[in-house]
Design a protein around this ligand. Structure first.
Ligand code: VTB
Length: 337
């Protein structure tokens, strides 16, 4: 018996959701790297995550090219920019990875480290030109879409976000990376009357938390963070219906001169679609150390539990996946390069 539901066509074949496979990829990275939590070794956590993520990606039905990865080929043995990943089957995709966002957090056993992967149609993810490491960012959820302007003063943005959310500026919480470069930003946020959540690392999740309506803890993410993390966060925000704007941010006057002479427009505002223009974007993240939104890997007798979030832009579906892994029946495919 078929049941008629508004807008639902029972005869249509259900579309593949690659995000379900991407969750297995981020789970593998999380499970393998969580073993090294608290050893103070950033290289070890990253290597463990990269090897497992690379191994798990091999089984995904796609012809993927790493667009956001571990670096250039000569400096990264695996998941380097330009590497082909997946088993070569259709579709052709751009792949953005951050095997551990928050290697310092994980190496110290601090909250908030995650494993992240996003995919989008081939050629639709922004690839920062050489020398571009940082971006100034502002991110909000669907309720405040269309009201932010990265070039407007901080107080003006907060006033508009508050208005869009029908609340007072003093109700707003802004997440900011705890860095000296944010001294003025923190001052401006406080002067406007909003409140601040400082984080040590991990601004992909910071942008997601700001954009998630079922995560009411924070409303805005602002500040300067990594350029690769901007593309990963943008992938998630496309699925969530949020908004993000970024600009290339040179660290020093020398870097500014260098970027300008390389023809990079430092005034260009990157909207969400400039960072990820695809129409079928998928995103998955697994908690490694317990953060505000995702619990980390918990090793239990004979196995482990993981918590992940996955989303897809076409349907807007957001899934939380709690997985129970049993070592007796499972292995983590690890790529040796
Ligand atoms: C952020 C954050 C990362 O780097 O993008 C940040 O998401 C960039 O700033 O987790 P810093 O270079 O000052 O750290 C991390 O904190 C680490 O990669």
């Amino acid at each position: 018996m078929t049941q008629a539901t508004d807008g639902f066509e029972p005869s249509k074949t259900i579309e593949r959701n690659i995000g379900l496979e991407l969750v297995r990829v981020t789970e593998a990275a999380a499970l393998n790297s969580a073993r090294y939590m608290g050893y103070g070794d950033k290289i070890a956590v990253d290597d463990a995550a990269v090897q497992a993520m690379r191994g798990a990606l091999e089984g995904v039905d796609m012809d993927g090219i790493v667009v956001i990865g571990e670096g250039e080929k000569d400096e990264a043995p695996m998941l380097y920019i330009g590497e082909r990943v997946g088993n070569g089957a259709m579709p052709e995709l751009d792949v953005a990875v951050d095997p551990v966002d928050g290697t310092t957090l994980l190496s110290l056993g601090l909250p908030g480290a995650i494993a992240v992967v996003a995919t989008s149609e081939r050629g639709t993810m922004y690839q920062a030109p050489p020398g571009v490491y940082y971006m100034q960012k502002i991110a909000v959820g669907p309720a405040a879409r269309g009201v932010i302007d990265i070039n407007a003063p901080v107080a003006e943005n907060l006033r508009r976000v508050a208005q869009a959310r029908a609340c007072a500026v003093s109700d707003i919480v802004v997440t900011v990376l705890d860095r000296e470069r944010h001294a003025d930003l923190k001052r401006d946020i406080r002067a406007a009357g909003a409140r601040i959540k400082l984080i040590r690392d991990g601004d992909v999740m910071a942008a997601i938390e700001a954009a998630m309506e079922d995560y009411p803890g924070v409303d805005v993410y602002m500040g300067i963070g990594g350029a690769p993390e901007a593309v990963l966060a943008a992938s998630a925000l496309k699925c969530l219906g949020g908004e993000m704007q970024t600009k290339v941010w040179p660290r020093t006057p020398a870097e500014r001169a260098q970027l300008t002479s390389a023809g990079i427009d430092l005034e260009r505002v990157f909207m969400l679609d400039d960072l990820v223009s695809g129409q079928n974007v998928s995103f998955a993240a697994t908690g490694i150390t317990t953060g505000d939104m995702l619990r980390g890997v918990e090793f239990v007798g004979g196995g482990a539990r993981t918590n992940s979030v996955m989303m897809r832009s076409r349907s807007g579906t957001v899934r939380y996946v709690t997985a129970h892994h049993r070592w007796a029946q499972k292995f983590i495919p690890v790529s040796e390069g």
